[in-house]
Design a protein around this ligand. Structure first.
Ligand SMILES: [Zn+2]
Length: 296
């Protein structure tokens, strides 16, 4: 299977979650071997989309270089990864990716509009060779060797609407579009009020997040999936592990995972060459990837 970029440039405008300011995002094709890059047009700085440039993981995954940052990249990257895109330039005129509806659905529509273009260089894939695990108390995230691409996630919130949710997701682009892409980010009213008090979440609203008080979902339309919360955590995990820089063949497992744990996991995986190998997708790997990233 060969590397892919988008067939033509596309653009969308939205609002940043934290500052609440308008942001225009343009996606442009990039030549084979370049990978994914962000260009902050207003600062004239290029930031490689790679785990080495992650500068913050508290509220969202944030990358930065030379003091220039871009926040909340994970939902966009999740869509880009799921479309099997290897090379892409993301041009932004502010420091956040537009949050849209809090899921990856708008980015998927944008990528559908752009179309996929095959390039004349083999796709590279990262195969997990040895299990790698990071923990924070009872929370953990782990990558295990596997011939497929699997995301296995459990959350456990002491909240009447959420509770314990578990999903094992065998990744394909088609399954992603149906089962994961529309799952929105979520937050608790108490936290939103606190974040507002410190100048964050200014763009946050019921338009771009599921918001819960102590007992119920406040959005009048309710949930998009009965277990939307764990599905969104898988959406996040896909975006976060894409910062390894290429598709990962392996099994991801997490309990109460977070952006911080996902970042620590990717960094640990790549810290020793005993943990992984990078191969050009030929024969068996190529079949797995072609199936995973196929368009209907
Ligand atoms: Zn998220």
């Amino acid at each position: 299977m060969n590397q892919q970029t988008i067939a033509k440039s596309v653009e969308l405008t939205g609002t940043g979650l934290h500052k609440g300011v308008p942001v225009t995002m343009r996606l442009e094709p990039l030549s084979a071997g370049r990978g994914i890059e962000i260009y902050r047009k207003d600062k004239n700085v290029y930031i490689p989309v790679n785990h080495k440039y992650v500068v913050d993981t508290k509220m969202a995954t944030v990358i930065g270089k030379d003091g220039v940052r871009v926040s909340t990249i994970e939902h966009l990257l999740s869509a880009v990864y799921s479309y099997g895109i290897d090379n892409l330039l993301i041009v932004l005129d502010n420091d956040e990716v537009p949050i849209m509806d809090g899921s990856a659905a708008s980015y998927c529509m944008l990528l559908d509009e752009a179309g996929i273009k095959e390039q004349n260089r083999p796709k590279r894939v990262l195969k997990v060779k040895k299990s790698v695990r990071v923990e924070d108390g009872e929370k953990f995230a782990q990558l295990n060797p596997s011939d497929g691409m699997v995301f296995d996630f459990t959350i456990d919130f002491s909240h009447p609407v959420i509770g314990r949710e578990y999903l094992r997701f065998n990744f394909t682009k088609e399954a992603y579009l149906e089962e994961i892409a529309r799952a929105r980010t979520f937050g608790f009213l108490k936290e939103v009020q606190y974040l507002r008090s410190i100048g964050l979440a200014r763009g946050g609203s019921l338009e771009n997040a599921v918001v819960l008080d102590d007992n119920r979902v406040l959005n009048s339309e309710g949930l998009r999936y009965p277990d939307e919360f764990v599905r969104h955590k898988i959406l996040d995990a896909i975006g976060d592990i894409s910062l390894a820089g290429m598709p990962i063949m392996g099994e991801y497992r997490a309990f109460a995972g977070s952006h911080a744990l996902n970042h620590a996991l990717v960094s640990k995986l790549l810290s020793s060459q005993e943990n992984y190998e990078i191969i050009e997708a030929k024969n068996q790997e190529s079949r797995v990837l072609s199936y995973a990233f196929a368009s209907s």
